[in-house]
Write a protein that binds this ligand. Structure first.
Ligand code: 5GP
Length: 206
């Protein structure tokens, strides 16, 4: 079987609970590595440089784009976000399952560049629930919440481009489902091309 890890992209509306889900997934299972993105947005209270994000000015971010430092990058509600390349490929080579928690434009760039990536879309059970979570966490102004809800309408148009839709109603159930989907996806023939090629050669040589 393929010893390389699987690349997993997790997207979902702002306020869908992706952050909490990722934390729980990483604390319960030990083969995952979560990529830390770079962003030009300001840190929220409690966020930590190098853990939540690498915080950059717009100029610094643009310099990194020129240096081709990103696997993918996108603009989201007025700020840049991007996945530094090196971490992703180092961890995949180590056999880790690498998770990118990124928005849809980035997700589609990843699928284009790396077709064996697994794309998961997380949503709360209802739109009302999304609004309550987003406004209730109190980390954004009402104006920013409104922009993020508008953005959610656009993002909902792209859900069918993902491989799986995961409904985040109960956190524990959702984490188990996500782990199960990721581990099962490794057995799909499109992610076992090297093994298939090898066994074909071996059969011919019998
Ligand atoms: P937030 O500002 O709430 O932390 O993130 C806003 C959005 O940007 C979320 O949908 C999040 O998944 C996405 N995001 C975070 N990092 C990246 C990244 O590296 N690339 C892209 N394309 N989106 C990202």
């Amino acid at each position: 079987m393929n010893k390389r890890g699987i690349l997993v992209v997790v997207s979902g509306f702002s306020g869908a609970g992706k952050g909490t889900l990722m934390k729980k997934l990483l604390s319960e299972y030990d083969n995952y590595a979560l990529s830390v993105s770079a962003t030009s947005r300001s840190p929220r209270p409690g966020e930590v440089e190098g853990v939540s994000y690498f915080y950059k000015t717009k100029e610094e971010f643009e310099a990194m784009i020129k240096e081709d430092a990103f696997f993918e990058h996108a603009c989201y509600v007025g700020n840049y976000y991007g996945t530094p390349k090196k971490f992703v490929f180092d961890k995949l080579d180590e056999g880790k399952d690498v998770i990118l928690e990124i928005e849809i434009q980035g997700a589609l760039q990843v699928k284009e560049k790396y077709p064996e990536a697994l794309l998961l879309f997380v949503t709360p059970p209802t739109a009302e629930c999304l609004r309550n979570r987003l406004v209730g966490r109190g980390t954004e102004t009402l104006e920013v919440c409104e922009s993020r809800l508008k953005r959610a309408v656009q993002e909902s148009e792209g859900i069918e481009k993902y491989d799986y839709l995961i409904i985040n109603d109960d956190l524990d159930t959702c984490v188990k489902e996500m782990h199960h989907i990721i581990q099962s996806a490794k057995f799909q023939p499109m992610r076992q091309e090297a093994f298939i090629k090898e066994i074909r050669e071996e059969l011919k040589a019998l």
